[in-house]
Ligand binder design. Structure first.
Ligand code: GLN
Length: 544
């Protein structure tokens, strides 16, 4: 097995995850099977209990793992499906070491960070690589070199390099190269310091990727090479791109692939990035644009809806459209009158109400859904958005005024959305929802069947509440169609309203399986219809 370990320098949030995922993609384009591990040095066992406000979206894997959003980037860039083992956290590592200690597995020895924690880390890494058929295992270490939390992982990395041999492990350091505005100079000192810190820990980068707002110039590359002791060719410029999917092309142009393959002594199996280039071109050179309103609670932090916005982008690119998202804060809608909301939403071509939790903003989302339904604006409701669509319909069509979801309202007379029976007695929060892959059976001659073109699908889930079965007959009688149900239990998975150009809700999260080269059907359907039905906008200069 060959390992590529990606560390980060200077500060977080510079796009290390995208850089690492892009490295995976360029190697995949050369015919290698690549798998990925994300290490998160926080104490949380997984990301399931973390607020999207702090950490961005919680990504859900097929096995139900609730993980860091970087895993989503790996799945999208590598077009693969990963499992919980691919996300190693300090919480997971310590939990299993402490459990082993309690079980007496360490035979009376003092349990220490070195070797017990570091061994556990290496074992987890090797388990993933042994269980995959991959040629290359890409490991991204979260955080920044120098963080206290990251230390055991860096030490484990040092040991791994020794044990596997330096030619089987490539260490890539992604750092920030700021440009000093006054003199317009690219500064390498932060990179020098960060590499120095790595070297003090016994780690020597084989490649330095400089994130910069502009291409690294010759002088900068030369200086980094000299001070950080890497060949100049191995200093790679990763300057700001217009779109994340351009990054693999950028790295390829910088000849990063050849440097990696050289170091790992691997022969390229093929050389052709044409498919990828074609998809990226769809993003770079759209024929027109499409405006989609995203009505959510976490709209201040766009990362909170990363998979949803990526899925929309994939679908738009496929149609040759540039995606314009209009972020609408659901809480603000609560104070606005219907007329104002209507005016706002009618300026968009489609509406998405994504997943969510809790009361805040929920009434605003319901208002937006009502407008989508009555004004016949293409609509996609995901998980919480699906549940709120049922509530809106029950209130305004069935006239059940006091209906709602038992998640957000106490003493409800009409709980049209209610807790799943198996969730009733669960008290602990971590990893206890209905999670991951579940099978849905789709009825023929429905919108769902038209978009998926099959009767059996598998999508990922993350929820505790469901459409209360008691209300299904009434809802159906008034025109809501439940076109997808869980294979065995009959739990409602998909809803739609016939006689509407596009009104679809899913209890599952189709966004997690969307890929640039294979957009998710519910998103594709939304974008297609939204594009067909869109109002000509006289102010739009793109459309002449
Ligand atoms: N809060 C809802 C539930 O638990 C929806 C969850 C979601 O949107 N992911 O069922």
């Amino acid at each position: 097995m060959n390992y590529i370990i990606v560390t980060g320098g200077v500060m977080s949030g510079i796009g290390k995850g995208i850089t690492a995922a892009s490295i995976g993609r360029i190697l995949k384009e050369r015919g290698f099977d690549v798998t990925a591990i994300k290490i998160d040095p926080y104490l949380n066992v997984d990301a399931g209990t973390m607020s999207p406000f702090q950490h961005g979206e919680v990504f859900v894997l097929k096995d139900g793992g609730e993980v860091d959003l970087d895993l989503g980037n790996y799945e999208r860039f590598l077009n693969t499906e990963l499992t919980s083992e691919h996300n190693i956290t300090t919480g997971k590592v310590y939990r299993s070491v402490i459990n082993k200690e309690r079980n007496g597995n360490y035979l009376g020895r003092t349990v220490q960070i070195i070797p017990h924690i570091t061994n556990e880390i290496k074992e987890r890494i090797r388990n993933v690589s042994d269980n995959s058929y991959a040629d290359i295992c890409l490991i991204e270490l979260g955080g920044t070199v120098g963080d206290i939390e990251g230390m055991p992982f860096l030490e484990a990395t040092r040991q791994l390099i020794n044990e596997e041999g330096p030619n089987n492990v490539m260490l890539v350091h992604v750092t920030l190269v700021p440009v000093l505005e006054v003199v317009g100079e690219q500064k390498t000192k932060p990179t020098q310091h960060s590499v120095k810190e790595l070297r003090e820990l016994g780690l020597h980068p084989d490649m330095v990727v400089g994130r910069c707002k502009e291409p690294l110039n010759k002088k900068t590359k030369n200086k980094i090479a000299l001070f950080c002791d890497v060949p100049e060719k191995a200093v790679i410029s990763a300057h700001d791109a217009n779109d994340i999917y351009e990054v693999p092309l950028q790295l390829e142009q910088e000849e990063a692939t050849d440097i990696i393959l050289n170091h790992l002594n691997l022969q390229s199996k093929q050389k052709d990035m044409e498919e990828w280039r074609k998809h990226v071109k769809n993003i770079q050179e759209p024929n027109d644009e499409i405006k989609i309103a995203l009505v959510g609670k976490y709209t201040q932090l766009e990362d909170a809806y990363m998979s949803v916005t990526e899925a929309l982008k994939h679908a738009a690119a496929e149609e040759g459209l540039e995606l314009k998202i209009k972020w609408i804060n659901a809480e603000k809608l609560e104070q606005q009158n219907k007329q104002k909301i209507k005016q706002q939403l009618q300026k968009t071509d489609g509406i998405v109400v994504p997943g969510g939790f809790g009361k805040r903003g929920s009434e605003g989302k319901i208002k937006a859904i009502e407008i989508a339904r009555t004004q016949k604006i293409p609509f996609l409701g995901l998980c919480f958005g699906f549940q709120l669509a049922v509530i809106e319909f029950a209130r305004n069509v069935l006239q059940l005024e006091n209906c709602g979801s038992s998640e957000i309202m106490d003493n409800l007379e009409e709980p049209v959305i209610d807790i799943l029976p198996e969730q009733k007695n669960i008290e602990s929060m971590g990893g206890t929802m209905r999670l991951g892959n579940q099978t849905t059976i789709i009825e023929k001659q429905t919108l769902a069947h038209q978009i998926y073109q099959r009767t059996k699908i598998i999508e990922r889930h993350r929820h505790r509440y469901e459409v209360n079965p008691e209300y299904i007959p009434q809802l159906e009688k008034h025109g809501m169609k439940f076109s997808g149900k869980e294979e065995k239990t009959g739990l409602i998975e998909i809803l739609e309203i016939p006689n509407h150009p596009y009104y679809l809700g899913t209890q599952f999260h189709p966004e997690f399986k969307s890929r640039l080269e294979n957009p998710s059907p519910p998103f594709q359907g939304l974008i297609k219809t939204a594009n067909k039905n869109k109002n000509p906008d006289p102010n739009n200069s793109n459309k002449n």
